[in-house]
Ligand binder design. Structure first.
Ligand SMILES: Nc1ncnc2c1ncn2[C@@H]1O[C@H](COP(=O)(O)OP(=O)(O)OP(=O)(O)O)[C@@H](O)[C@H]1O
Length: 220
């Protein structure tokens, strides 16, 4: 898939005294088989940019185009192509068990053979049956991150978007996450966007870097 932002601006509380112009004339494009890292200081607008890319926010001005179409005409259809794991996994959870959390994505996007898909995800992300019965809210930071990514990829999206995926991971979990992401990035027709403050951890990846400075974005 191709996701493009054309002169995108985002203003929180637009036309109120609290308005804040966070993103200014952003031009961004990701194609199949690309990896793009998004960097920028704290508060520079990285998370806001990701929310726009998953159509959770609509640009105040400017345009988002997915495969030549306007995703806001049918966000569900276009969101099926995208998997998004939030910066704080507990903000994305809402189910009573890890299994329900992952099954939600599978059912929400009407994936065929949901039970088989669940088994595939368990193998891929190394999740055991005991963990699947637990509440996602009671897991360690590393386990939560793993479950958040498992639900983000459960419906087999084309583009995976991760907000600070290595935060709160121990060395072993970080290593296995990076291996998983390398595998993802090597697959045909998959692409990856990662917001990180720690580019060094991804030094093995061939990817572009998009930096946000004072609300403006540049490919380095
Ligand atoms: N709902 C909101 N209403 C008003 N302002 C907001 C809202 N959400 C974020 N902001 C402001 O927009 C700016 C960009 O926030 P954002 O979370 O996108 O930045 P970030 O680069 O992801 O930051 P961090 O690295 O700290 O996560 C910040 O100044 C933030 O305070």
């Amino acid at each position: 898939m191709t996701l493009e932002l054309k002169n995108v601006n985002y203003i929180y509380n637009y036309k109120t005294v609290f308005q804040k112009h966070v993103l200014k004339d952003i031009n961004f494009k990701i194609n199949d088989n690309e990896v793009i890292f998004i960097i920028g200081k704290s508060g520079s607008g990285k998370t806001t940019l990701l929310y726009l890319m998953d159509f959770l926010l609509k640009p105040t001005f400017g345009e988002i185009v997915v495969d030549g179409e306007d995703p806001f005409t049918n966000p569900h259809k276009f969101r099926k192509k995208i998997g998004f794991a939030f910066q704080f996994p507990e903000k994305q959870f809402f189910s009573e068990t890890v299994e329900d959390e992952i099954m939600f994505s599978i059912k929400n996007f009407e994936i065929k053979n949901p039970k088989e898909r669940l088994e595939e995800i368990k193998d891929l992300m190394n999740l055991d049956d005991e963990l699947l019965k637990k509440s996602p809210f009671q897991l360690s930071g590393g386990q939560q991150r793993k479950v958040a990514i498992a639900s983000a990829i459960a419906h087999d999206p084309e583009l995976l978007i991760l907000d600070e995926p290595t935060v709160s991971l121990d060395y072993k979990s970080e290593k296995s996450l990076i291996e998983f992401l390398k595998l993802w990035a090597s697959k045909k027709d998959k692409s990856l966007i990662i917001v990180t403050h720690d580019l060094e951890k991804f030094s093995d990846f061939k990817g572009k870097i998009f930096e946000i400075v004072d609300g403006e974005g540049y490919f380095q």
